[in-house]
Design a protein around this ligand. Structure first.
Ligand SMILES: Nc1nc2c([nH]c(=O)n2[C@H]2C[C@H](O)[C@@H](COP(=O)(O)OP(=O)(O)OP(=O)(O)O)O2)c(=O)[nH]1
Length: 128
C-alpha cells in the first residue's frame, strides 16, 4: 500500500495550504504539504524531508490530527498519516506547488481538495 504523510501547519490561527503544480496528480487542487513515505522512514521523518524538498523549510512535528486512515482512489489505496506542525523557518521555496496561502479553518471547506482531505478538514474544524 502507498503510504503518505501530511502536515497541517498552524500559525496564529491560520492553516497553510499549497496549490499543487498543474502537471501533478490532482493538479491545481489545494493540498497539505507532504508526500510519500519512503522505505525505512517514519511518517514524521517523511514530512520533515518533504517540507525541506517542497518548501526549503524546517518544521516541528506535533500531535496527529486523526489516527492513520486509508482512502481508495482509482489508481491506488493510500494510507494517510496526518500531523499538526509548526514552521521553524519561512523560506517558501516552492518546488511542487505553484502557490501557498494561509486560511482560517472555516475557509478550508470551500476549496478544491483531493477527496481524501474532507475527513482531515472536518477534524481540523472540530479541533481548532
Ligand atoms: N501531498 C499531498 N498529497 C495528497 C493530499 N491529499 C491526497 O489525497 N493526496 C494524495 C495525492 C497523491 O496520490 C498522494 C501523495 O502524492 P504526492 O504527489 O504529494 O507525493 P510526492 O510528492 O511524494 O510524489 P511525486 O509527486 O513526486 O510523485 O496523496 C494532500 O493534502 N497533500
Amino acid at each position: 500500500m502507498l503510504r503518505v504523510a501530511l502536515v497541517v501547519i498552524t500559525e496564529k490561527g491560520y492553516i497553510l495550504a499549497a496549490k499543487r503544480n498543474h502537471n501533478r496528480v490532482f493538479g491545481d487542487y489545494w493540498e497539505f504539504p507532504g508526500g510519500k513515505i519512503e522505505v525505512g522512514e517514519t511518517p514524521q521523518q517523511a514530512v520533515i524531508r518533504e517540507l525541506h524538498e517542497e518548501f526549503g523549510d524546517r518544521i516541528e512535528v506535533k500531535q496527529p490530527v486523526l489516527p492513520p486512515f486509508t482512502f481508495t482512489y482509482e489508481y491506488a489505496t493510500i494510507e494517510f498519516n496526518v500531523f499538526y506542525a509548526k514552521l521553524l523557518t519561512h523560506h517558501y521555496v516552492l518546488t511542487a506547488a505553484s502557490s501557498y496561502r494561509w486560511f482560517r479553518p472555516n475557509e478550508l471547506k470551500n476549496l478544491n481538495w483531493p477527496p481524501a482531505n474532507q475527513k482531515i478538514i472536518e477534524q481540523i474544524v472540530r479541533q481548532l
